[in-house]
Ligand binder design. Structure first.
Ligand SMILES: NC(=O)c1ccc[n+]([C@@H]2O[C@H](COP(=O)([O-])OP(=O)(O)OC[C@H]3O[C@@H](n4cnc5c(N)ncnc54)[C@H](O)[C@@H]3O)[C@@H](O)[C@H]2O)c1
Length: 257
């Protein structure tokens, strides 16, 4: 059984992606949140999945290396990687500080670089597959997410580089751009919009999210964690053996490429 490593595995998308990948792979779930990753892993194991978990802060090389070592020890050599860990908050551009910028880049851009580099080094000229999670925010020039959107654009270009490096040996790398999914990330965003008077005061956070979906998504529906998990599983499977260096939006038509 091949071994998949999932970062951000305790989050809304990470849990769904890990659960879907566990249908085909042994899975090491990793996240910086120790309590939630143990819970998520326990739930999947209770459903019969072959899983293990490790705490991993993707922004730190030692932590990333330890996660790969834990996977190898507990499940076997990692051949498949899903980079789901990410952070993103709304800030007006004029209030964005260096610290906010650096933190967003440390997780989203450097974290993706470190895990991809570790897999490429370990596979050393052998096949493998990577999916990096970006965002429609990488393509829309959204004024409240200069740090987040540009860090996700960096993920897309990094994926192109890895795809080119890995192509001769069959190591593939693709990016998935999720649209709008109701997870902790969006709950926090909707609450921020309400707290800053940028959404109708009598609305709930869920209604603020629904209004955003209505304005932004041509298909007028939010995406689900399962929508994203299905695309990730496809791109990491042999069915996608001839697909590399691509960026696929799963967003109800919000970004058309
Ligand atoms: N929810 C959406 O609408 C949406 C849209 C586009 C892209 N995305 C992307 O999808 C991914 C998952 O987001 P989500 O919606 O599940 O959010 P989430 O907040 O539920 O999950 C993010 C996870 O990343 C983990 N994390 C944060 N910093 C980390 C670090 N340094 N090392 C390891 N893990 C870390 C968090 O603990 C959390 O479990 C992110 O990369 C996000 O940018 C989400």
């Amino acid at each position: 059984m091949s071994v998949a490593l999932v970062t951000g595995g305790a989050g809304g998308l990470g849990v769904a992606i890990a659960a879907r990948l566990a249908e085909e792979h042994a899975v090491l779930l990793t996240d910086v949140n120790a309590e939630r990753i143990a819970e998520a892993s326990g739930r999947l194991a209770a459903n019969g999945a072959k899983v293990a978990h490790a705490v991993c802060d993707v922004s730190r090389r030692d932590s990333v290396q330890a996660a790969f070592a834990a996977a190898e020890e507990q499940l076997g050599e990692v051949t498949v990687l899903a980079n789901v860990a990410g952070v993103g908050k709304f800030h007006p551009f004029t209030e964005l500080t260096e610290e906010m910028w650096d933190r967003t880049y440390a997780v989203n851009a450097r974290g993706t670089f470190l895990t991809c580099q570790e897999l490429v080094r370990r596979r050393a000229g052998r096949p493998g597959a990577i999916v990096n999670i970006a965002s429609i925010g990488a393509r829309l020039g959204m004024e409240m997410v200069a740090d987040y959107g540009s860090s996700k654009a960096a993920v897309i270009e990094l994926t192109h580089t890895i795809a080119r490096i890995g192509a001769p040996s069959g190591l593939r790398a693709n990016t998935v751009m999720p649209g709008l999914i109701w997870t902790d990330m969006w709950r926090t965003t909707a609450e921020w919009l309400l707290a800053n008077g940028l959404a109708p005061a009598d609305a709930t956070a869920e209604q603020v999210f629904a209004g955003t979906v209505d304005r932004m998504v041509p298909m007028k529906r939010p995406q689900t964690p399962a929508d994203i998990a299905e695309m990730v599983a496809f791109l990491l499977s042999e069915k996608a053996a001839n697909i590399t260096g691509q960026t696929i939006a799963v967003d109800g038509g919000t970004v058309m490429t």
